[in-house]
Design a protein around this ligand. Structure first.
Ligand code: F6R
Length: 605
């Protein structure tokens, strides 16, 4: 949410900043701007809308210079506009910001009394002016003092007018790293923005301040003392962060799922059994756990819903799943024997992070399932199981969901083994079923073309329903979220048996219903619900197994999935749902990778 990039080096900064912002645009894309030391002073260009608008403006007013900062915004305070776009500044400095300054109203009033005036509606302009107020020639001292006055989460990239060639940065809550290369040094919200230049980076802990020049990086701790940082190497490469011939990142990422699942599952299977020993989680870790609490947002939460059913079914251990933003409000009952599992692709989601901290305060062990190495959630959790999906760039999450399921399956089987609910032989059979199902995901991808044709029938659709039972219900939630998120079709997901308790009043002739009926044991019951909607004129897309033989007049379209154990069907059924959303969005002319009002990595609560 909001992307920051800064560069100081020998080459022209604007090209590098614009390239970095292009890579970060998934974090927010309602306006963008850059500030560069140019002709002896800081010059700023900003534009509302997509990055191309900023590029056009920079053609009219080019900025020369080799040190600058840039920002792509996802609006929190104030509408998207040229004025509200970052950077914000004063004669002394220019600043870009990711996060929210919670006490900005009080700070603005204080500054007004000191004679400051404001032109934008943003909390960021207040932050810039607090820093201006604190600045007496020592940037680090001013940043420390200003940070102390601000409440909330932030990552700042800052240029001081009297310090040409230097970039300063600080963070609390919001992500920011520094990356180093022979041609110059960077700050960035996400290492993928600078992968073409370098894979060497270091993370910043809260309140640490960094000063970058073209050939140096100095970091001061919260106490003002200089500290040495460990230099890390990003595992990801440039190709992974590019479209690789696909029209959209989302389609590429859907097609990467078999590989991502393979990379995530295989290293954790030893002699046919699941083990997290190489992740630093010793065998026996789950033996004394009384209960599991899963916490996540959005798609990751839907993965958690499947995980709950897997763990409860296999390990007979109670599992709760909570939406991270609601978790704390029910004052959850937690003990040190409750294992809290937080699931997050980005590892930066503010609500999930807040829930993690609450769980830690209550003394629970926290295990994170995370895709981004070194992210805040990964750093703060007691244990991490990384998913190896590679960078997920499309705002709509696809491959990250599948690999989260992969880890949750492994975890379910491991817990079942440690709790004595399955024998080693049974656990091996389950792992073999899991690996077979991963192989079958490739067959699901071969259905892209017929699914595209079905999706085209939704071109004019205003409203659509998903129904399913058992494991199919969380999949309906995920299919519905994906479709509404990128195609802007209003959708609802219902447990198939629940529809008749009210919502069936919305089923009128022609209303599309996607019925998920992949669970062999539940097929007759789900088909009864299909009959109910058919009787009211719904146009049904039935997603079921190849072996199912429902009456032909029950559905307008059918997608047949390969055979797998009921338990593993979610790995297969999610693929047609993702493809359906993707093609529906494409045929409706939507911006698939950057849907309206959204941003990846939601770092505000
Ligand atoms: C939907 C989507 C979101 C994320 C959610 C959590 O396609 O991507 O619902 O799943 O914002 O994000 P992470 O997993 O980064 O915590």
């Amino acid at each position: 949410m909001c992307g920051i990039v800064g560069f100081t080096g020998v080459a022209g900064a604007v090209g590098i900043l614009m390239e970095g912002l292009g890579n970060l645009e998934y974090r927010g894309y309602d306006s963008a701007g850059v500030s560069v030391f140019s002709e002896g002073k800081i010059r700023t260009v900003k534009a509302r809308g997509r990055l191309q608008n900023l590029a056009d403006r920079l053609k009219e007013s080019p900025l020369e210079g080799s040190c600058g900062i840039g920002h792509t915004r996802w609006a929190t305070h104030g509408e998207p506009s040229d004025i509200n776009a970052h950077p914000h500044g004063t004669e002394k400095l220019s600043l870009v910001h990711n996060g929210i300054i919670e006490n900005y109203v009080e700070l603005r009033e204080m500054l007004k009394e000191k004679g400051y005036s404001f032109v934008s509606q943003t909390d960021t302009e207040v932050a810039a002016k607090v820093l201006d107020f604190c600045y007496e020639g020592d940037p680090a001292a001013a940043i420390r003092r200003a940070s102390g006055m601000m409440e909330g989460a932030f990552a700042f990239g800052i240029l001081f007018a009297d310090r040409p060639g230097e970039i300063y940065a600080v963070r609390r809550g919001s992500p920011l790293i520094a990356a180093l290369s022979p041609e110059g040094n960077f700050i960035t919200s996400d290492v993928t923005a600078v992968l073409r230049h370098t894979r060497r980076y270091f993370t910043l802990e809260p309140e640490e301040i960094v000063r970058l020049t073209a050939d140096s990086a100095v970091v001061w701790g919260a106490d003002g003392k200089e500290i040495q940082k460990e230099i890390l190497t990003a595992d990801w490469n440039v190709e992974q962060a590019q479209k690789g011939g696909f029209p959209h990142f989302m389609l590429k990422e859907i097609f990467e799922q078999p590989q991502a699942l393979d990379s995530t599952i295989h290293p954790r299977v030893h002699t046919g059994l699941p083990s997290f020993a190489s992740d630093g989680i010793p065998d026996g870790f789950f033996r004394d756990i009384d209960r599991v609490q899963v916490i996540a947002c959005g798609t990751a939460m839907h993965a958690g819903m499947v995980g709950r059913m897997v763990i409860e079914k296999l390990a007979r251990l109670p599992v709760d799943v909570d939406i991270a933003s609601e978790f704390r409000y029910r004052d959850p009952i937690l003990t040190p024997r409750h294992l809290v599992v937080v699931v997050s692709q980005s590892g930066e989601t503010a609500d999930t992070l807040a829930a993690l901290r609450l769980a830690k305060d209550r003394g629970c062990p926290v295990l994170a399932i995370v895709n981004v190495a070194g992210s805040t959630i990964a750093r703060e959790a007691d244990h991490v199981l990384y998913t190896f999906a590679g960078p997920e760039i499309a705002v709509a999450s696809t491959k990250a969901y599948s690999v989260q399921l992969g880890v949750l399956y492994l975890m379910g089987i491991r817990i079942a083994l440690e709790k004595g609910q399955v024998s080693e032989e049974e656990a091996r059979a389950l792992i073999s079923g899991l690996l077979d199902t991963v192989e079958k995901t490739k067959k699901c991808l071969e259905m892209a073309e017929p699914i595209r044709k079905i999706a085209e029938t939704y071109r004019e659709t205003g409203s659509l329903f998903f129904i399913g039972r058992g494991f199919d219900y969380p999949l309906c939630c995920e299919g519905s979220l994906k479709l509404k998120e990128i195609s802007y079709i209003h959708c609802e997901a219902y447990a198939a048996g629940e529809l008749k308790h009210g919502t069936i009043s919305l089923i009128t002739p022609g209303v599309p219903v996607v019925a998920l009926a992949t669970q062999g044991a539940l097929l007759p019951k789900t088909l009864s619900n299909v009959k109910e909607v058919r009787a009211r004129g719904a146009s049904v897309l039935l997603i079921c197994r190849e072996s199912a033989h429902p009456e032909e007049d029950l559905f307008a379209h059918r997608i047949s999935l390969p055979e797998a154990d009921d338990l593993f069907m979610p790995l297969l059924s999610v693929i047609p749902l993702q493809l359906l959303s993707y093609y529906a969005a494409v045929c409706r002319g939507c911006d698939v990778d950057k849907p309206r009002n959204l941003a990846k990595s939601v770092t505000v609560e």
